[in-house]
Design a protein around this ligand. Structure first.
Ligand SMILES: N#Cc1c(N)n[nH]c1-c1ccc2c(Cl)cn(Cc3cccnc3)c2c1
Length: 250
């Protein structure tokens, strides 16, 4: 997958060079390219914003640099497989299902803007050339779209074949599809490591029993308990077939 990110703060995307996504890029699974929006300005001040038509606070990002950037990165006639992602507080929720959908694309272009957003006409013009997703990563307010891009690139990138090692399969993701017996659809339960006793607190003995069936049951029970306590909405949304007989007996 090729990922292009256009921004006035390229340094904000530096975290994509490390860890999971950085390794995927180094392995060639991801081809991540970060671009400075001002590359596509031509005035002496590299202007990317102007005052809002109709008045109001702040500034609005001009459509011209974004359009030139998009056209330069996705020349007319090469749009097949490309999707434009525009982070915005007024977007539809970015969820695991959206991440799974975006992971099927061959090319994602992210437009994390600043100020009060991008002139609407850019999104309208882009939508005539390729699918455009206006997405929000949650019900809180950020100062711009770059943090949202970091979230989305990690959530999408980890789903691509070869990015997660076998031991860290995405198949049981908390917010993945619930499957019979798997933990998908539930929140993770508590995790423990050595020492067996710390601060006078014991690791639950079941985890030291070596009985894998009993351990798996205990872990599922804990995941159900935690999900019911922290996110009862997820319990309601579980596919009934994903709950086994013992779950229903709880
Ligand atoms: N995704 C997401 C997301 C989120 N969940 N909160 N805030 C954002 C987000 C995304 C993009 C921008 C751009 Cl461009 C400017 N701002 C600042 C702003 C804040 C409130 C109203 N108008 C502009 C952005 C905030």
């Amino acid at each position: 997958m090729r990922i292009d990110i256009v921004t006035i703060f390229p340094e904000y995307l530096a975290p994509l060079d490390v860890s999971l996504i950085g390794k995927a890029a180094a392995a060639g699974i991801l081809d991540i390219r970060v671009h400075e929006l001002r590359t596509w300005t031509h005035d002496r001040h590299n202007t990317v914003d102007d005052s809002p038509c109709g008045g109001g606070p702040g500034m609005v990002m001009k459509p011209e640099p974004w359009w030139e950037a998009l056209t330069g990165l996705v020349p007319p006639g090469t749009e097949a497989g490309t999707r434009l992602i525009v982070p915005t507080p007024s977007g539809r929720p970015f969820t695991q299902r959206v991440a799974e959908d975006l992971a099927t694309a061959s090319h994602l272009v992210f437009a994390p803007a600043r100020y009060e957003g991008i002139d609407r006409r850019f999104v309208e013009a882009a939508a005539e050339r390729m699918p455009v997703e206006e997405l929000s990563i949650g019900d809180y307010v950020l100062a711009g779209g770059e943090v949202a891009v970091l979230v989305m690139v990690e959530a999408v990138g980890r789903l691509l074949p070869g990015v997660l090692g076998n031991a860290e399969s995405a198949k049981d993701d908390s917010f993945g599809h619930a499957s019979e017996g798997g933990m998908a659809g539930l929140l993770e339960g508590p995790v423990y490591t050595k020492p067996a006793t710390w601060d006078g607190r014991e690791v639950p003995p079941v985890l030291l029993s070596g009985n894998h069936a009993v351990i798996a049951r205990w872990r599922r029970d804990e995941a159900l308990r935690r999900t019911a306590a922290m996110r009862p909405d997820l319990i309601e949304g579980l596919d009934p077939d994903a709950l086994d007989k013992k779950d229903r007996a709880r």
